[in-house]
Design a binder for this molecule. Structure first.
Ligand code: FAD
Length: 455
């Protein structure tokens, strides 16, 4: 077990705090020495690969645990398609192991560089949420190290309270040691993707409502600086996993080795923070991005090109400059589509410009008491931190979101207040009482938990 004092931030590089970082395996943490190391007056919290944007994987003045995978970190039952994976394993490592064997993860976020533990703790969603739900919906068992020092394997039926408090519970109910979940069988390392330019928001909404059910994956990049008749113009991309027959028709070169999977790791963008952001730069970038997309294209894309394009530029967040950046993500119910229109209009006309903005329809809730996804429309949008007037301006958006029963994603949050979270998560008090039961002395704690009054 290694231990050092280190300053940590989330992916947005805002709000650093210094913690005692413990790099340890599950076995080490279960030993007396490990249990002693976890005792800290400011508590302890797990950290995966730090891909949440704000401070949920930080614990200033306390302990932060970087869980190291064990000697046999990925166990697959090829009869049932259930994998049991050590929580510290990244999706990148996992995919390198399972894709060549004909499996894919049931849910992937926009980067492979998250851990399985972080995927459960944030109950992550992907481009398939409208049909397949979130990561937690595919989990069958969790092994956890609890505040009383015991290690327990739980399921949704054996310990329903702890289960649903942990799925999406941001690491605050215990340390997840391993996760069992159903894999998705695939025939190739490609997807068949239909990409189309959509000239405005109304047409985008119409198209997504009419065709999402035909595709496993669907998401739209949206130009949030376009206004007037171009308001909400987008690039809609919808896909399914490619079968061998699809490859024969669309990509015959890939037929001979359909499951080869060895994506390159790309170099980081230079250390010097660049800050290329300005409304004009974004306008030019968005114009080019929209124009370069064919009006309609039907073809194959690799799993990495389709799901993880941002992984092709390591540490791209440096493009936002020294002050870092935020990602604002919320969901509003389907019936509140007019509010989504109002928000998109507001951002486009008066807002802080963004390169990266995506709109997606979400499906069923998983049951996690603090899980973010619920049926409705979700908008995700990056913006540089430290811009004057940003806080009050986002508070106006918060009001619109909460006014129609929407909520904000804790894995992306860096600025929310306890009131905003309480209003968005109606089962927060139930979650807190379960948490108090499993952790009466407040062993698990994070900067975010203190900021949002979760503990
Ligand atoms: C480029 C990019 C794209 C993204 N796209 C999406 C997306 O499409 N959909 C989506 O849902 N999210 C998305 N995210 C967010 C990301 O999926 C989540 O923040 C995820 O939780 C990060 O995993 P991590 O392993 O880095 O966890 P961290 O960020 O290190 O931690 C996140 C939370 O998980 C907890 N945690 C981590 N490991 C454990 C453990 N072993 N036991 C208990 N708790 C643990 C931490 O305490 C913390 O509360 C994206 C992030 C980036 C940077």
């Amino acid at each position: 077990m290694e231990s050092e004092q280190r300053a940590l931030t989330g992916w947005g590089r805002t709000a650093p705090s210094v913690a005692t970082v413990l790099r340890a395996s599950a076995e080490e943490l279960q030993s007396d020495r490990g249990q002693d190391a976890l005792i800290n007056t400011r508590g302890a919290i797990a950290r995966g690969l730090g891909r949440s944007y704000g401070d949920p994987a930080q614990n200033g003045g306390g302990a932060v645990i970087e869980l190291q995978p064990g000697s046999d970190p990925i166990r697959i039952d090829s009869e049932t398609g259930i994998a049991t994976v050590d929580a510290g394993v990244s999706l990148d490592t996992l995919l390198r192991e399972i894709v060549p064997r004909g499996w894919f993860v049931p849910v992937t976020p926009g980067t492979r560089f998250v851990t399985v533990g972080g995927s459960v703790a944030s109950d992550i969603h992907g481009k398939n949420h409208h049909g397949d739900g979130s990561f937690g919906a595919h989990c069958t068992a969790l092994t956890m190290l609890l505040a009383d020092g015991s290690t327990r394997t739980i399921t949704a039926t054996s310990d329903p309270d702890l289960w649903w408090a942990t799925i999406g519970g941001m690491g605050l109910t215990g340390l997840i040691l391993d996760v069992s979940f159903r894999l998705l069988p695939i025939e190739s390392r490609h997807c068949v993707v239909d990409t189309q330019r959509v000239p405005n928001l109304d047409q985008l909404i119409e198209k997504m409502e009419a065709s999402d059910h035909l595709y496993r994956y669907s998401v739209a990049w949206i130009d949030l600086v376009a206004t007037g008749k171009n308001l909400g113009r987008s690039v809609l991309s919808m896909g399914n996993h490619a079968t061998i027959d699809d490859l024969r028709e669309l990509n015959s070169k890939a037929v001979s080795n359909p499951l080869d999977f060895d994506p390159p790791i790309f170099p980081d963008i230079p250390k010097q923070p660049l800050n290329v952001w300005s409304r004009n730069a974004v306008r030019v970038f968005n114009e080019l991005w929209y124009r370069k997309t064919p009006k309609h294209h039907h073809g194959t894309e690799s799993l990495t090109g389709y799901f993880h394009p941002l992984d092709m530029a390591g540490q791209w967040t440096r493009l936002y400059g020294r002050r870092g950046f935020l990602q604002y993500q919320f969901v509003v119910p389907f019936e509140a589509i007019d509010t989504m229109r109002t928000i998109i209009t507001k951002i486009s006309e008066e807002g802080h410009a963004s390169f990266l903005a995506v709109l997606k329809r979400m499906g069923a809730e998983s049951g996690g008491l603090l899980s973010f996804p619920k049926p409705g429309w979700t908008l995700t949008y990056d913006l540089p931190a430290g811009v004057e007037g940003l806080g009050p301006w986002l508070a106006e958006l918060d009001e619109l979101v909460l006014g129609v029963g929407g909520r904000h994603y804790l894995a992306k949050d860096a600025l929310a207040t306890s009131d905003v979270v309480a209003a968005g998560y109606p089962r927060l008090e139930e979650w807190k009482s379960i948490r108090r039961r499993v952790d009466p002395d407040g062993m698990w704690a994070s900067d975010q938990a203190r900021r949002l009054d979760l503990i």
